[in-house]
Write a new protein. Structure first.
Ligand SMILES: [Zn+2]
Ligand SMILES: [Zn+2]
Length: 282
């Protein structure tokens, strides 16, 4: 019979597949989390802007600040706010450390990227143990040898959290003094500027890993400093590296550490009026 010659094919599965939640911004992985060379939060923010081909001020204005303010765009009544964000160094430098703004920035970036480990790029876990007074730099510091090495080896260019501490004067990798002035234009560089790019001067736009521009030499003074510096770097570096253990303990791992992230994040927000005022001068 003709009916017997019909072929039976497998039926289609018409169920809608489970599609994982999509992040608004790229799921960019922070660098060296769990090591003393761990990236800083500001560095992550700058790299995140870079991978989206925008400047940090655009990313902050259009994607991050709405989480602070609770509406979608600041282009109207809040015009000019982004420029003022980058003028107060004393507030900006705290973003790599701790405080309400740091918590809010971490929270915003974690919502946008769907990452959950960005507290490890700050010192939020340790704010009750150490004070930021005299600890944080007002401007950028960098090791040109690190920049040069990463560039030559096609590694991502970033800013380790350790470089943001004022007492840290030498690079733990190269034992070379951290630089705080652009060798091209002699400007000091802010922690973050509207047009910041990791590894480049925001004033003249030149590459900061060009070793020909630095007077790199073996200096006895540096060698005597290294012994003092190594102890300091060991202490700060171990806190930075230990951030991951705290993070794991908060997320169900067996590490016996009791740091309540919710408590750390629950510093009372400023009342609307003063919050508005502080954000303008942030
Ligand atoms: Zn270095
Ligand atoms: Zn410059």
């Amino acid at each position: 019979m003709q009916f017997d010659k019909l072929t039976l094919y497998r039926s289609y599965d018409l169920h809608t597949p489970d599609i994982p939640e999509r992040s608004v911004l790229y799921f960019l992985e922070p660098i060296n989390v769990g090591a003393i060379e761990c990236e800083s939060l500001i560095s992550y923010l700058i790299r995140l802007a870079e991978v989206h081909c925008v400047t940090p001020d655009k990313l902050i204005k259009h994607k991050i600040y709405p989480f602070f303010w609770g509406h979608d765009d600041l282009s109207g009544s809040c015009k000019g706010i982004v420029g003022r964000t980058f003028t107060n160094r004393s507030h900006i430098k705290l973003l790599n450390f701790s405080g309400w703004y740091t918590s809010k920035l971490v929270e915003s970036l974690e919502i946008l990227t769907l990452r959950s480990d960005l507290t490890c790029l700050t010192m939020m876990h340790w704010h009750e143990l150490i004070t930021y007074v005299y600890l944080l730099r007002d401007c950028k510091a960098w090791c040109p040898l690190c920049y040069s090495y990463w560039h030559q080896n096609k590694l991502p260019i970033y800013e380790p959290l350790l470089w943001s501490f004022e007492p840290v004067a030498v690079c733990p990798q190269h034992h070379y003094p951290l630089i705080t002035q652009c060798p091209h234009c002699n400007h000091k560089l802010p922690i973050i500027a509207p047009n910041s790019r990791t590894g480049y001067c925001n004033h003249c736009g030149e590459w900061l890993g060009n070793l020909d521009k630095y007077h790199i030499k073996s200096d006895e003074l540096y060698h005597s400093e290294i012994a003092l510096q190594s102890e300091l770097i060991k202490i700060l570096g171990s806190l930075i590296a230990f951030n991951t253990k705290v993070f794991e303990s908060e997320n169900g791992s067996n590490h016996p550490i009791s740091v309540d992230r919710k408590v750390l994040r629950s510093q009372p927000p400023l009342p609307p009026s003063s919050f508005h005022e502080k954000l303008y001068t942030l």
